[in-house]
Design a binder for this molecule. Sequence first.
Ligand code: 48F
Length: 254
Amino acid sequence: MELKIGRAIIRHALKDLEEYSDVDVAVVGAGPAGLTAARYLAEKGLKVVVYERRFSFGGGIGPGGNMLPKIVVQEEAVPILRDFKVRYKPAEDGLYTVDPAELIAKLAAGAVDAGAKIILGVHVDDVIFRGDPPRVTGLLWIWTPIQMSGMHVDPLYTQTKAVIDATGHDAEVVSVAARKVPELGIQVVGEKSAWSEVSEKLVVEHTGRVAPGLYVAGIAVCAVYGLPRMGPIFGGMLMSGKKVAEVVYKDLTA
Ligand code: 48F
């Protein structure tokens, strides 16, 4: 029996890893922005992989607002909640509350059901670029426990037409590209202190292409462009995920 269990895992896992080593879109981060982007891209028929460093998804949704199990979404993002069949309750002034566990489950199910592949426990630590002018054509990844061990183990590659950095506050992929590929001409300014009303709009406005083949969505947008952060309001994250999907789809089908 143990032999069969082991073989089933090895065969099927390696088959998946091989299949998803060459994709249309690689999303880094399975938080609200990444999962939303993955769903809208996958349902258009693109081959999408999502790499998530943790062994769970949801990013910053789970802790709610300072551990209180509710998050807030504004009116403009309600159509996205409906797309994912997430329930919401009116609060005040066009704001709604949502249960974090339900949001995590349904965003992930929406992405998976649309055809996106989520691979957990993967830490993305570098990009590949080629050409003149340069273009991001892939990324390098390693299993998170190996990365955490501090041992030097060489990573593996994924070839992709588009990388979406949805890694949250540190904009990790754009930051590494800015540092290691000066040819791309990227600057990461660093996020500013909270101003929810303003930042919710600006995040969506600035969501999109950072360099050829490299896109940014979610709170990572604030770090890249020096925008104020926000608190436990998530409509901007969902709308940013949807917008980046539209931008990437347009670029890849132009
Ligand atoms: O942080 P996260 O939820 O980013 P988001 O989708 O949403 C931000 C909100 O949660 C919140 C906020 C909204 O009001 O301010 O913070 O923009 O999700 C980012 C995910 O990316 C993973 C990380 O574990 C998290 O689940 N991640 C970060 N760096 C890497 C990564 C990496 N290098 N490789 C793989 N996954």
